[in-house]
Design a protein around this ligand. Sequence first.
Ligand SMILES: [Zn+2]
Length: 419
Amino acid sequence: MLLSIKVELIPNNKQISAFKKASGIARHAYNWANAIFKDTLQLRSTDKSIKLPSSIDLHKRLVAEVKTVNPWYYQTNKNVPQKAIKDLRTAWDRFFKKLAQQPRFKKKGKFDSFYLESGSKTKPKIKSDGKRIKLPSIGWVRLTEELPVKATHNCVISRTADKWFIAIKYEVEKPIVEADRPSIGVDIGIKELAVCSNGKVFKNPKAYRRMSKRLKHLQRRLSKKKLCSNNRKKAVSRLAKLHAHIANIRKDAIHKLTTYLAKNHSIIKIEDLSIKAFLRNHRLAGAIADCGMHDFKRQLEYKTEKFSSKLILVERMFPSSQICSNCGNHRHKMPLKERIFICPECGHTEDRDLNASKNIERWFEGIYIPIRSDQTVSSTGIACGVDKPFNRQIKATLKQEVNTKTNYVQLCLDLGSFG
Ligand SMILES: [Zn+2]
């Protein structure tokens, strides 16, 4: 199977300038092609006979119209603008298929990257001697660590904060795994990064929250710097470094979790959560964004393929936190602040997330989902037997009795204290 690897480069000043130049040309070609494409779309709205340009059409026009008046285009490899245009066309195709948003114009200094290729797939010409890699029209660039292959056909050079990276794809054989691995259900949480059905808990590093004070401090300092000044550039760089640091802490935690899951289990079940729906809830937004859920799913997809395990997405509507994982017959509302699940049917008491992960592990298509009952036993001393009890209008003290098979609990609910 094909895997990709990203390694940091140690370029000299001359090479950094060459990288910046190539990124600039890639951005220019992308933005130019995007403008042409948008104009064509506009014309097409009145005259349907006008065809949308392919990436080859766009490249031909670029050579004829842009390269002739902008000789600096020749200072870099010809693949750089060509691939940028190809990427733009793919981005539009993804937009038409409703898989992504409309491609936007790229901004200088953001997401700098470019593509290089040399030779063919059978005769790759980008060679590496372990410590260095020979890039077309740039030369030998030092590497921080060895690449898994001696030569490659293509690569992508990108920048994060003040560091440059090379990404390549390479063929690997699938590792041999143990024959009888168990299956596992994972509840992706807010408090914890993940709670597994076998009881293992992965802590959320909460990198963003931990660094938010320093982040605010750097942002404030940046806002006070004069536009276009050198001090502003320095402040931008400092802020970018901290953002990269936060992202790395998050990536590390998620990588450890996904490797553990894919390597040691034959079947991994996760909830197919809509991140967008979660992000809409502002009280949770920070924590969810901090977990990097999209990355979690993406990593699991390729790691399960690598370790020959299976990833199952549990359907979105499955109320994993509301059902009793012990008897499976009872279901009640679980507001987010409720941390313990108590089943009034069988008396099963368990941590909210662990109960949910066990339900996820049990899930199969067509699983019996009990009808939600109003009968609950609450750990915090609040009975949630009434629908919408948190009405600010209600200021009266409400006494409520909860009758269960296992225990009689008399609970007091003072709604006034919530008002
Ligand atoms: Zn139960």
